[in-house]
Design a protein around this ligand. Structure first.
Ligand code: ACM
Length: 265
């Protein structure tokens, strides 16, 4: 299976150009599964909830899911991509899984970061694991990396590949994803963006360095920190089904959930 990331530099509020930029970046590259950044079609900072409401899309006939489905059909691939979502009467920082047959899964971001809390409604989980492009693909978004429970829940739910659309601004995530992959013995695909945004009193500088890590914690792909880019690697997702650490230790069988509490001694 070929999995890839696209690292874009979206123009805030300019969906048409942002979709075209992603299609141009993919170009003639071929992958079975593409992971695109968080909010890749809209940009990240939202002036207020009204501004977000103008950009947020419904699942049924939103232009971004429709673009992804059309491209998936034409290029025989699947996508996990960040989208500003208007549904269930709320506004969500979401990720959709889409293939040629249409929408396969949606995840609404559980851990909202900083200014996101002013405009987005938090998702409630559960974290989805979906059969997509020949693998069991789990979905989490950006700041979820800082909560190891998210990746753990996906791995315990059977994910072989964790798709991680991101707009990273904090240091350490790319390094931490080595640990998330290793501690769960899964593949991780972090698709980050580059560039910066300034809006009102807010500003954000995005760190690029999109990354794919394998179940042994090896970095298979690393993007540049400050330029748009794309990369694809070949992986065998079934390697993530083997949770053995050595001949006598198994990452999942050896877990001791009953012991995972603390008491002040
Ligand atoms: C983030 O969660 N976009 C920092």
């Amino acid at each position: 299976m070929r999995i890839g990331w696209v690292q874009n530099r979206p123009l805030p509020g300019n969906r048409e150009d942002n979709l075209a930029q992603v299609e141009a970046l993919i170009g003639t590259h071929r992958a079975d599964l593409w992971v695109l950044p968080e909010l890749f079609a809209t940009g990240y900072l939202m002036a207020d909830r009204q501004a977000l409401a103008r950009l947020a899309e419904p699942l049924s006939d939103g232009p971004t899911p429709a673009f992804l489905q059309e491209l998936a059909a034409r290029r025989e691939c699947a996508f996990v991509a960040g989208v500003a979502l208007a549904d269930r009467g709320g506004l969500y920082n979401a990720a959709v899984a889409v293939d040629a047959s249409g929408l396969r899964a949606v995840y609404r971001k559980v851990h909202l970061f900083d200014t996101e809390r002013r405009v987005f409604d938090p998702g409630e989980g559960p974290y989805p694991v979906v059969d997509l492009a020949g693998a069991r693909v789990g979905i989490m978004i950006c700041f979820d990396w800082r909560f190891p429970e998210a990746a753990r829940a996906l791995a315990l739910g059977g994910a072989q590949v964790i798709a991680h659309p991101s707009n990273l601004v904090l240091p350490h995530c790319q390094t931490a994803m080595v640990t998330r992959a290793l501690e769960n013995r899964v593949f991780t695909v972090t698709a980050n963006r580059v560039g910066s945004e300034v809006l009102g009193g807010m500003s954000a500088v995005f760190t690029g360095a999109s990354r794919i890590v394998d179940p042994e914690g090896r970095v298979l792909s690393d993007g540049p920190e400050d330029d748009i880019a794309v990369d694809v690697v070949e992986v065998d997702p079934t390697r993530a089904d083997d949770k053995a650490i050595n001949a006598s230790n198994d990452l999942f069988a050896d877990r001791r959930p009953g012991a995972y509490t603390a008491r002040r001694a």
